[in-house]
Design a binder for this molecule. Sequence first.
Ligand SMILES: Nc1ncnc2c1ncn2[C@@H]1O[C@H](COP(=O)(O)OP(=O)(O)O)[C@@H](O)[C@H]1O
Ligand SMILES: [Mg+2]
Length: 579
Amino acid sequence: MEKPKQSTFRRLLTFAAPYKGRIILSVIASMGVAASDGVIAKLVEPFIDRIVIGQDYELARLAPFFVIGLALFKGISRYVQEYFISTAGQMAIQDIRNALFGQSMNLSMRYHTDTASGSLMSRILNDVNLMQSVLSNVIVSGIRETLTLVGLAGVALYTDWRMALMAFVVIPAAAVPASTIGRKIKKFSRKGQGAMGGLTTALEQAFSGIKVIKAFATEEQEKKKFVGQNLSYYHFIRKTIKYAALSSPVMEVLTSIGVAAVLWYGLHRVLAGEMTQGQLFSVLAAIVMMYTPLKRLTKVNNTVQQALGAAERVFEVFDEKPDILEVQDATELRACRGEVCFENVSFSYDAEPVIQNLNLSVSPGEVVALVGPSGAGKSTLAGLISRFYDPTAGRILIDGLDIKSLSTRSLHANLALVDQETFLFNATICENISYGSADATTEEVEAAARQAFADDFIQLMPEGYQTLIGDRGVRLSGGQRQRLCIARAILRNAPILLLDEATSALDTESEAMVQLALSNLMRERTTFVIAHRLSTVKHADRILVLEDGRIKESGSHTELLAADGLYKRLHDMQFLEPK
Ligand SMILES: Nc1ncnc2c1ncn2[C@@H]1O[C@H](COP(=O)(O)OP(=O)(O)O)[C@@H](O)[C@H]1O
Ligand SMILES: [Mg+2]
């Protein structure tokens, strides 16, 4: 258990490395703070012996200036220390957050479908925040308080080493409760952060599913669920608080034992004439002043433990290996012809096989329709071409090149996917259509919108193409959203088109129009059309009927009807039953 903690800490420090300059400056300033405290303790001796007892008025006149001068010096040192370490900490935190977001963008679809997005969000926001304390407060507080402690100990030892040693016997004894408390805090803090992840997930789910919640009137149920999540967070945080609150009193009692021992022994020695009153009070002052840094150090330890718990959660994400990797010297797929081949492709998400030994060769410009019952593996097939997942066996080739050997960028530049999930960003209509085609001109955007039969309704919007659509595009109807996504794909102008239920949200009339646009688009492109409505796939060059990850039938519409198989059954269900 000790070893991973070590490496987590070291790993954290590597993020601070770029800001060495600031940290060193801050450490130097913290030496100033520590030195001031040592000087104060040391000055107690002449103050009592020479001013109070010796009545040295010359020195008494200088005393106030000393006080102000010292305070000024300590104040400036402290400011420099705080400023530079806090900014260094914030910059390191910014780097961690950027790296974490970068990593989560690089992680594959598999990771994202298996991980609640709320948990990831919570790591990027809350856990990284907790880590900040290590980098900013802790590095320097730790150094400053340790230095102060050493300085004060030096003063005490120099003044009277025997008495000082008596007081210090207590310090090693303090280490035991401090480390026990630290360990507990880390454990519960880590659990608390996990609960915070659950809380974020609950929020994210509730807000994105607000329509379902309202429609099914489950507000009370959601509230109860949230209260429960919130309570479980409190449950862990309460334990963290319990141990954190314990650390100060424990330290205080331990210090008081040291002070009592010194007082008892010191008074004896003063009465025996072995030391002056001034020396006694100087040692006492040093020991009492040591209490503050000691207390702060245990607090630092508590914070470090808390931050390490958070850091472990963050590093878990960093350690996640993206399972879709680009090979070294990946081939750039330039404008491809659009030939797509599946060679003995098998795939499964978990144990269940989803695609089973599939062979398929699609020539450039061919329109292939995929039909079949839901769960047959149609969307999975589109996902495999997009390389969201790699086949568990077999290869997928584009223009004869294994897609695993291609650069991810160039592969996707040759693909345009229109999914049944019509995701739109919280941005203008124009930005949504040109998403992924950054250098498209306004004319091109408008032309794509016209082709997708989206231009008419866009023109009617208050600010046309510059209209901001709300989160998830809620200000648009399902069919309008779908048409924007189709426009986005048209603009992309890719040689391979993947349409997964791309017209499912359109009414029959607009579907007929969009179908017209799409068939124009399909003409020079290799197209995979997945559709429930068989009327939309009738005109495909080839129709593949998929069931349980296997191609059951293939042929043209008329051939398949004649074959009187699964396609015929699906067809009859759609066209005969309603009557
Ligand atoms: N992310 C996933 N993780 C695990 N199983 C999945 C995932 N996505 C789909 N599946 C399963 O794979 C099978 C095929 O799904 P899919 O390709 O979406 O079917 P279709 O698009 O033909 O309706 C289904 O049994 C489905 O439950
Ligand atoms: Mg599907």
